[in-house]
Structure formats: structure tokens, C-alpha cells
Design a protein around this ligand. Structure first.
Ligand code: GLP
Length: 242
């Protein structure tokens, strides 16, 4: 695992963007793994700058999001489909037809999970997967106790995650969905490169547990230790417990 400690969040975003751009410059039809949350926003902004300057072109690049809430319609701004469209697809100049999120509104959710796995495989697998980490160590929505071998599936959100995400639902905890679809840890580990970004003191304990702690299902982020090309980009606050 490569750990890079940078002075601030802007530097983390710039470093992540540079690594993603390098992948796409080598392979314009690359497959990106996209993440939601506040952590990757700096990376998207820095990558959008590179696109605007003509240094990289993502129009032939495909992308798969990590996760989606169950029961939030895609047209709702709270859905991860809408979040990815707003934060990534538009600013990065990705072709919306090549960007997918799991279908959290499918009549048959299990079939939607299998279809998502099949679509990733049909695209040739993910070349570079951007990841944030939850305060409880989750990646995607793989909450503590997730199997390292897990694939895309329906999960129940941990109380801590629902509390953390209530801010997006007007602070109303009852409005936060109970379930989600998430790529599994096994799915994520199949990506050819992992790029985890974390900023701020609130992530320091989760980062330390994931990077330096034992491999444990109680810290899903510790699965990164099993990957041969995992890069962890941290600001000084997120690195403060290493
Ligand atoms: C969310 C997402 C994760 C994200 C994490 C941290 O629940 N499902 O993919 O990494 O929580 O979010 P943030 O970056 O806003 O702290």
C-alpha cells in the first residue's frame, strides 16, 4: 500500500485527479470507479480542471458508481445516481450513457445486483476505483462485518452511517433509507488500482485502523491491505493517527 500525506484537501484532490488522468491518458476507454460523499469532491474538481484545460478527455471513458440507496428515485437529488451526475458526469465530460449506478428501485433488487456485476465484467473491469472511507471504516456501503469476498448486494445501513448521512436529508434521520445496494469488498478489490482519499480529523481513526490495523471485517477499509496497487491519499489531519 502506498500512503501519501499531503498538506491539505486541495492537494489530496489534485493528486487523485493526476493519477486518474494518467490512467485515462494511457487508455482513453478506461473504466473508472466513482464514489459519492464529500471526500472525492476535490478529486472531481481537480479532474474537471484538467478536462477543461484539455489535458485529459473522458468522453470515451466509462464509469461505475459504488453504491445507491434503495427506494430513492434516480430523479431525486438525494439519489447517488443524481449525485454522481451532478458531481462527476457533468463536470468531467463523461458520456452519461457510459455511467452506471446500481438500480436501487428495481422490482427485483437481487437481479439488479447480479446485472451490475455482469455489467462491470462486460466492461472489462474497473481500471481505477476512487474511494472515500466512512467514520466507521466502511467503503462504498460495506459496513462493518462485510465479508472481504462480498459482491454487489443489498445491505442494511449501519446506524452510524444513517446518522452521518442524515444531513443530506434535511437532518431527518427517519428520512434516511434503511437499505442500499453496494459493490462488495470483493468487487472493489477486483479493480486494477484503488485510490482512497480522506481528509480531516474525523477520518483519522478509520484511516489508521484501515491502514495499520489488523485485517478485519469490523473495518471494511482494511481490505485495501490485500490489494497490490492501493494508494491512500491523506491530508495531515486524516493522517494524524498513523
Ligand atoms: C458514504 C458513501 C461512501 C463514502 C462515505 C464517506 O456513506 N457511501 O462511499 O465514502 O460515506 O462520506 P464522506 O466522504 O462524505 O465523508
Amino acid at each position: 500500500m502506498e500512503i501519501v500525506i499531503l498538506p491539505d484537501g486541495a492537494a489530496v484532490g489534485a493528486a487523485a485527479a493526476a493519477r486518474i488522468a494518467a490512467v485515462v491518458q494511457r487508455k482513453p476507454e478506461a473504466v473508472l470507479g466513482l464514489a459519492t460523499g464529500s471526500s472525492p469532491l476535490g478529486a472531481y474538481a481537480a479532474l474537471a480542471d484538467l478536462v477543461a484545460r484539455g489535458e485529459v478527455d473522458l468522453s470515451r471513458t466509462s464509469a461505475f458508481a459504488l453504491d445507491e440507496y434503495v427506494g430513492v428515485p434516480p430523479e431525486s437529488p438525494l439519489s447517488y445516481a443524481a449525485t454522481i451526475a451532478h458531481d462527476a458526469t457533468g463536470p468531467l465530460g463523461l458520456d452519461p450513457a457510459r455511467v452506471r449506478t446500481p438500480d436501487g428501485n428495481a422490482a427485483d433488487l437481487e437481479a439488479a445486483c447480479s446485472a451490475y456485476e455482469a455489467a462491470i465484467a462486460a466492461a472489462g473491469g474497473v481500471d481505477v476505483q476512487l474511494l472515500g472511507i466512512g467514520a466507521n471504516g466502511h467503503i462504498g456501503f460495506n459496513e462493518p462485518t462485510s465479508s472481504f469476498a462480498s459482491r454487489t448486494r443489498i445491505k442494511t445501513l449501519a446506524p452510524r452511517t444513517r446518522e452521518d448521512n442524515a444531513r443530506f436529508f434535511g437532518g431527518d434521520l427517519d428520512a434516511v433509507p434503511m437499505h442500499c445496494i453496494t459493490q462488495g469488498l470483493g468487487t472493489i478489490l477486483d479493480a486494477r488500482q484503488l485510490l482512497l482519499v480522506a481528509q480531516g480529523e474525523s477520518k483519522a481513526a478509520a484511516v489508521a485502523a484501515a491502514v495499520e490495523g489488523p485485517l478485519t471485517a469490523m473495518v471494511p477499509g482494511s481490505a485495501l491491505q490485500l490489494h497490490r496497487t492501493a494508494v491512500v491519499l491523506l491530508d495531515e489531519a486524516a493522517a494524524s493517527k498513523l
